[in-house]
Design a protein around this ligand. Structure first.
Ligand code: HPA
Ligand code: ZN
Length: 326
C-alpha cells in the first residue's frame, strides 16, 4: 500500500504524548525488579490482558499504577530514551511530550528526579539524531488548583527546561475553569498552554479552554464538532487539535475507526494533527496511528500530507526550524 509507505517515510511530529503512557510492560517489569517494587499483575501477558477499557477512567487507573515503579532519575531517563528510540525509527523528527509531575510527587519522587531524567534523554536524542523536543508539564485535573499551584512552585527552578503546561486526567467533573488562576500564573511566566478538552467532556469544556484558560492548542477536541460556533472560533484562532486515533478507539471515544472524525475535522478547516497519546496502552505508536486511518477511514493522500504538515506548522518549534522540515 503506497499510502502506508508514504506515512512511514514522511517526517512527522508528535504533539500529544504522555511519557508515562509509553511504559511498555516488559520495561515496567524490568524497572520494578531493579527497584524491588511489587506489581499487582504477575506477568507481562497478564498485564497486557488488562488493557481493555470502556472509558478514560479505566485506563487512568492502570496508568497511575504502572508509573508507580518509576523512582530514580535513571528510570525516567530509560523510559524516555526507549520512547525516543522507537519513534526515531518511525521518522518522527520533533516531539512535544507531557509528563505528570503530581503522579510522582504524590509518591515521594522529587520534581528534580523526574525532570532531570526526562530532560537528559531529550538532549541525548537531539545530540544523536537531531531530534528536537519541547517538554510540557501537565496538571492532574482530578486534583485541586492548590495542588497545581504547589507543583508550579516545584517547577520554578526548572523553567528553562519547561516549554508549556497542560491539563490531563479525568475530564468529566473537572472543567478547565477549575484551573483559571494557575493557568493565568503560567501564562505570566511565559509558558505555552494546552489542555485536554472534548475527549469525554462536553463542548462547554472546550469553550472554557478557549475563553477561561486561553489555550494555545487543544488536546483531542473531538466533541468540539458538536458545536458549529465552537468550530468557527477554533478556526478563527488557528488552534491545532492534537487528535489521537488509536486512543479514541481504545477509550471508546469513537466506536469504530471507520467513524473517526479526523477527516471531518480537516474538511471543516480545523488544523488536526495525528498523535499517539499513550502508545504502550493503546496499541500503537505514530506510524500505527496513520496506518489505522489509512486502512479504516478512507483517508486520501492529500489529507495524509495535510496532517503531517499541520504537525510541523502547529508545533511549538520556532519558525525557522519549521521551514527546515517543510
Ligand atoms: N486523557 C486524559 N488524561 C490522560 C490521557 C488522556 O488521553 N492520557 C494520559 N492522561
Ligand atoms: Zn492525552
Amino acid at each position: 500500500n503506497s499510502l502506508i509507505s508514504l506515512a512511514k517515510k514522511m517526517p512527522k511530529t508528535e504533539l500529544h504524548l504522555h511519557i508515562e503512557g509509553t511504559f511498555e510492560p516488559e520495561q515496567m517489569f524490568a524497572i520494578a525488579q531493579r527497584n524491588q517494587v511489587e506489581l499487582t499483575y504477575k506477568t507481562v501477558d497478564e498485564l497486557r490482558e488488562a488493557y481493555q477499557f470502556t472509558q478514560l477512567q479505566d485506563f487512568l487507573d492502570l496508568y497511575y499504577q504502572g508509573m508507580s515503579v518509576l523512582l530514580h532519575e535513571a528510570d525516567f531517563y530509560d523510559l524516555t530514551m526507549a520512547y525516543l528510540t522507537k519513534v526515531h525509527s518511525e521518522n518522527v523528527v520533533h516531539v512535544e511530550i507531557f509528563f505528570d509531575p503530581q503522579g510522582h510527587l504524590s509518591r515521594g519522587v522529587p520534581f528534580d528526579v523526574q525532570i532531570n531524567g526526562i530532560h537528559k534523554a531529550l538532549k541525548d536524542a537531539e545530540a544523536k539524531w537531531g531530534m528536537t523536543s519541547k517538554l510540557i508539564m501537565s496538571f492532574l485535573r482530578h486534583l485541586s488548583e492548590v495542588s497545581a499551584f504547589e507543583t508550579l512552585e516545584f517547577a520554578k527552578p526548572f523553567l528553562p527546561s519547561i516549554d508549556g503546561v497542560g491539563l490531563d486526567s479525568s475530564e468529566v467533573g473537572h472543567p478547565p475553569e477549575k484551573f483559571a488562576n494557575v493557568f493565568k500564573a503560567c501564562r505570566d511566566l511565559g509558558l505555552k498552554i494546552t489542555a485536554h478538552a472534548g475527549e469525554e467532556g462536553p463542548p462547554e469544556y472546550v469553550w472554557q479552554a478557549l475563553d477561561v484558560i486561553n489555550v494555545d492548542r487543544i488536546d483531542h477536541g473531538n466533541r468540539a464538532l458538536e458545536d458549529e460556533n465552537l468550530i468557527s472560533e477554533i478556526k478563527k484562532r488557528g488552534l491545532a487539535l492534537t487528535v489521537c486515533p488509536l486512543s479514541n478507539l481504545k477509550l471508546c471515544v469513537v466506536k469504530d475507526m471507520k467513524e473517526h472524525p479526523i477527516r471531518t475535522m480537516l474538511q471543516q478547516g480545523l488544523k488536526a494533527t495525528v498523535n499517539s497519546d499513550d502508545p504502550a496502552y493503546f496499541g500503537g505508536y505514530m506510524n500505527d496511528n496513520y496506518i489505522a486511518l489509512i486502512e479504516k477511514s478512507g483517508i486520501t493522500k492529500q489529507e495524509l500530507l495535510q496532517l503531517a504538515i499541520n504537525g510541523i506548522e502547529l508545533s511549538w518549534m520556532d519558525e525557522s526550524q519549521k521551514t527546515t522540515h517543510l
